[in-house]
Design a protein around this ligand. Sequence first.
Ligand code: KG4
Ligand code: ZN
Length: 344
Amino acid sequence: MRRDMKEQLVLGIESSCDETAAAVVKNGRQVLSNIISSQIDIHTLYGGVVPEIASRKHIEKINQVIEEALLQADVTLEEIDVISVTYGPGLVGALLVGVGTAKAIAYAAKKPLVGVHHIEGHIAANYIEHPDLEPPFLCLIVSGGHTHLVRVLEYDRFEVIGCTHDDAAGEAFDKVARAIGLGYPGGPKIDRIAKEGNPYAIEFPRAKIAGSEFDFSFSGVKSAVLNYLNGCAMKQTDINRADVAASFQQAVVDVLVGKAVAAAKQLGETRIAVAGGVAANSHLRKTMRQECDKAGIALCYPSPVYCTDNAAMIAVQGYYDFLSGKRAGLELNAVPGLKIGQSK
Ligand code: KG4
Ligand code: ZN
């Protein structure tokens, strides 16, 4: 591959949950390869991610995935400028596989190493397909483990203005899907079946949290769905799964969109980015678009492949962290509970 002196090639590595992923990204914006080895089939057997199995599968796959990422990008390891790896938050055993591998490569190939925050990576996924997107903007992050409203002040400076008090949005999708017999992972399955249902068939609660208007709570809506299902079972009435899925999805989407748009208006933000696995939800994307258009707010979200876990987003954030001077040493460790804005 011919190299321009100003080009920076970042190898991103991601293993925080059930995806083993590696990617090569040029100058923080151009994805040269994005390899994802998903473990969904194995975890589906157990109805959710089994941490020990996740770690073992990462070990089996990670070298292969990295080699494939370099091959598809048509670059050698020598040509890579920076190694960036997710070091938190996530499952500790799973994170350690990526962190250990990245450290070994950085040491052997004498490359700088950057430790990336997984959620900051999700935010950065938006830079890939929106070349004009730059901070500041407001970001709604909705994944399996997190629900946050964040002001992205600079590429590596964040202000959390809201988060969930209990379940994450994706977690609620997964639990409701399991309860209505759709299996794991529930989000995409609810998205699909909800298209055939009536979103106003059943009235599920939209939680408001007194005193913290931009915080979220999804355990109430999840319990309401479970109670509704139990009630139907006791009365021996059939449930319409499409109606339950559509009504649940509507309740979650109403809250997410309502709070994100209200926050943007109150804070004077003119642009909202959506990120994380639930950002792939078709109803959330459509409703966000409608409400942002009405409010005159610019909106962006990544293609579905960059919404769910991937390593391209880790390479993008790694690039910006590297530019701002962040470097990790070989003492870098997995930090399962890492907070946004605290990566080094
Ligand atoms: O960001 P992600 O890949 O992993 C975490 O960092 O957690 O998010 C995974 C979550 C899962 O809960 C999954 O059910 C949800 O994202 N998800 C969706 C959709 N696609 C993935 N939720 C709703 N609709 C979708 N289309
Ligand atoms: Zn994620």
